[in-house]
Design a protein around this ligand. Structure first.
Ligand code: PEP
Length: 253
């Protein structure tokens, strides 16, 4: 059975000082991480080293980056490599978040190159996919998301696929307070699992965690996480407060 993954995407929030404080808040909350739950935090790049130090005695909380470049090094101002993320103990990296697609020109092609590179260097990609409101209203949401998943996974072999995490994040639900209904989330997650089964095998598809992202909060986490194909959450706003993040961890357990 798949564990649930509760992942915090801190976006451009929390420099090193605030990162230390937030992680201390999580550790001091006394939350016990249930056996069936994996926990991940993804602070901004500048704060990863501090986070890594803070998490030294909290081995059950994993660390991830919010982006990575597909090259090893070179003239790519402002970017970080897989090796750099691993040097500060990252195990995961978020790829293709809709904000990166919208504001930083990420395309299915760059997401694919980053996915291949991350897997090659043993970083687990959390690949974000999701439709806009316009696409949903035009009834194109399934096609859009199917294509995003297929494009991200070009060249990814079945034996690497178990390392993948997919995050279904309808763009209209991110940071808006609007949430997909549990039925809408389940429908999309089941469809994504079908795509994974078509690309690989049912066993492999069943082993991959598919997270829901889009205004997940303590008050709506339970019904979303109770859906059979929802294997956790990628959480923005509610991951920035120790109590709401730990409440979701408890609900997942
Ligand atoms: C996100 O940034 O991935 C996200 C889902 O944000 P929020 O929870 O704030 O909607």
């Amino acid at each position: 059975m798949r564990n649930l993954l509760v992942a915090g995407n801190w976006k451009m929030n929390c420099g090193p000082g605030e990162t230390a404080a937030l992680l201390q808040g999580i550790k001091n909350s006394g939350v016990t991480i249930p056996d069936n739950v994996d926990v991940l935090v993804c602070p901004p790049t500048i704060s990863l080293k501090t986070a890594s130090e803070e998490l030294q005695e909290a081995e059950d909380i994993a660390l991830g980056g919010q982006n990575v470049h597909s090259e090893d090094n070179g003239a790519y101002t402002g970017e970080v490599s897989t090796k750099m993320l691993k040097e500060v103990n990252c195990e995961y990296v978020i790829l293709g978040h809709s904000e990166r697609r919208q504001y930083f020109g990420e395309t299915d092609k760059t997401v694919n190159a980053k996915t291949v590179k991350a897997l090659e260097d043993e970083l687990r990609p959390v690949i974000c996919v999701g439709e806009s409101l316009k696409q949903r209203k035009a009834n194109e949401h399934k096609l859009v998301v199917r294509k995003q998943v297929e494009a991200a996974l070009i060249g990814v072999e079945e034996q690497q696929a178990e390392q993948l995490v997919i995050a279904y994040e309808p763009i209209w639900a991110i940071g808006t307070g609007e949430t997909a209904t549990p039925d809408q989330a389940q429908e999309m997650h089941a469809m994504i699992r079908e795509v994974l089964a078509d690309l690989y095998s049912q066993d492999t598809a069943d082993s991959i965690q598919i997270l829901y992202g889009g205004s997940m909060k303590p008050h709506n986490a339970e019904e979303l996480l109770s859906q059979s194909d929802v294997d956790g959450g990628l959480i923005g706003g509610a991951s920035l407060k120790a109590d709401s993040f730990t409440d979701i961890i408890k609900i997942a357990g």
